[in-house]
Design a protein around this ligand. Structure first.
Ligand code: ATP
Ligand code: ATP
Ligand code: MG
Ligand code: MG
Lengths: 165, 158, 158, 165
């Protein structure tokens, strides 16, 4: 197992601090339309360093901060913490468990942490550089995007193969 | 390097053909370099032939056939370079019940060696998973993670 | 003319809001001219707010919410200019069972005045139809239209 | 009811002459993946005069002619006949029932008929000009295209509204 748990607070529809425990093998994530399942996929991409707002279904990065409901005020910060198991030594860090956290304030400030130590975004992204995680390796298949695997231009498909090489 | 790329390409190509045959119960699938003269820059074309049919432009395939072909390529690539986890968001949406069954048996097999998280509305896919994670919105607009009690005999698993 | 266009626009806009509320059980939806100064050339923006949530960019809506919103716009336009028939190919694919039910009750209502042909894999949608048309491929690659015997109590209607 | 029946022969996967009888109200068209359901949608668009091959999921128009299987040879002509009821006077023809037929030969020749009278493609298309049938009025919603209703550019959406005016 690689993903151990995720904690979301103020990220998109997760206004309250929420935690999901992952398991090995196949986990099915279910719930009604609009309840937040794909938002969890966005949260995982985001905490791993995703900067393309379109890829998070947002126009500006600020859009990922909980923006309120009829009964609740908007929040001022979005935070996602992902805890990863490193038994296989997949990550270039000498520890069996690693947590990565990302915060975005409505002011525009951002914070990034590896094991509670503040780091730069670049360091966070480099942590996963060689692991094969990330959109180009088919490891995250977004909703509605399965057909693009085939409709991709032959040149784009090449990039995915290069990643696998 | 050209050699490393071709090596990887050939492996994925072999896997793609065998994954396709497993998911479709026959037929064949190929990957071809658009420009075999230029290995370092060539694009990659996909050809797929469901059992009994003729090899043709993948645009003519049905929605469900395209999904299944994409799944074959996904798993084919995965066999060559397994990522530490795999996140699949409703990739079974276009499949009929028969094909969901074939997809699910392949997913279960891969799940023995790797971590897969699949978002789905399909009951067959849900029933095949070893763990269920739930999200609800009891309060409008506010997501909440919930534990799901596994009552696999209940008619309503939604 | 500007007047005819605005007339039609206002009607579709009103319908869109009420269709949306019926399909979502609340909330609101709007159509706005991107450029109100230029009625004859302006584009049309869509805003949607599911019940309890905040009005926002429709890109942030979920897959199922987007499908349902599109369905609301489809029926809203239909009310203003009903086409002689309507052909819908798997538009319920992203909907959960609850929303399929809401979609189906609206489709049934419109079906009383117009001809709808809907391609679907969803059992609820199939069960709501007054006529079933079947296609099979007993011989690989060769389609065949078949009559479907209506055994609505059978567990397998596929 | 408007569509009364369709007969396909040599069109895409319909190698044998096949006939579907339509009904009023809501009809559900079902069958396994790849059995030919969306091909029927393509056939209806085609016989009504569709010329954009991409809109028929084809590269060249010749692609809509049955191209053979492992056990069957390709055919040389595709033919679709659509029978329409005109009780409502929707069509500008003074008859209660109208049939339209389109044929394409592998040689490239085409034939068009209204009630078994040979016509030009233009006349076939003009028959439906004012009826509201056709992709821009949402009356035919192709597989996978429902999301485009929302992701369309605001200007494209305008065309649909103009059609309805
Ligand atoms: N910044 C935000 N603040 C509050 N709510 C948000 C924010 N961003 C997105 N949402 C809400 O999240 C919901 C979408 O969630 P998500 O896409 O995860 O749904 P889903 O569970 O995947 O549903 P489906 O089964 O339809 O795909 C939308 O209703 C949207 O309003
Ligand atoms: N010219 C042709 N000759 C023979 N077969 C063809 C031709 N064009 C398309 N086909 C076949 O038609 C099949 C696709 O049919 P169609 O798209 O109607 O399926 P469908 O019933 O809509 O399935 P789904 O439920 O997956 O959407 C493909 O398998 C394709 O090989
Ligand atoms: Mg989703
Ligand atoms: Mg189809």
């Amino acid at each position: 197992m690689f993903l151990k748990s995720i904690e979301l607070f103020g990220f998109k529809s997760f206004a309250d601090r929420s935690r999901l425990e992952f398991a090995d093998g196949v986990s099915a994530l279910l719930g009604p339309n609009g309840c937040g399942k794909s938002n969890i996929v966005d949260a995982i991409k985001w905490v791993l360093g995703e900067q393309a707002t379109k890829s998070l279904r947002a126009e500006r990065m600020e859009d990922v901060i909980f923006n309120g409901t009829e009964d609740r005020k908007a929040l001022n910060v979005a935070e996602v913490t992902l805890t990863l198991s490193n038994d296989e030594g997949v990550l270039p860090v000498d520890m069996p468990e690693i947590s990565v956290r990302r915060r975005l304030f409505r002011s525009g400030d951002s914070e990034y942490y590896i094991n509670n130590t503040p780091v730069k975004l670049r360091e966070l992204r480099e942590l996963f550089y060689d692991t094969g995680i990330g959109k180009s390796a088919y490891s995250i298949m977004e909703q509605g995007k399965i057909d693009q695997v085939l409709s991709n231009k032959p040149e784009e498909r090449r990039h995915i193969f290069e990643e696998a090489a | 390097s050209a050699e490393l790329f071709m090596n990887t390409f050939e492996k994925i190509k072999r896997n793609f053909h065998s994954m396709f045959r497993r998911l479709f119960g026959g037929g064949r699938a190929e990957l071809r370099l658009s420009d075999p003269e230029d290995v370092l820059a060539s694009g990659i074309d996909i050809l797929a032939q469901p059992p009994g049919k003729k090899l043709e432009n993948i645009a003519l395939l049905s929605g469900g056939e395209r999904s299944l072909t994409a799944v074959a390529l996904l798993f084919a690539t995965y066999m060559v370079k397994p990522s530490p986890f795999c996140l699949l968001d409703e990739i079974d949406a276009a499949l009929d019940e028969n094909n969901v069954g074939r997809f699910v048996s392949m997913l279960t097999e891969f799940g023995r060696q790797s971590q897969f998280i699949i978002i789905t509305h399909n009951k067959k896919t849900v029933a095949s998973a070893s763990t269920l994670l739930g999200v609800t919105m009891e309060e409008s607009g506010v997501s909440k993670a919930v534990a799901i009690r596994l009552d696999r005999n209940a008619p309503n698993t939604e």
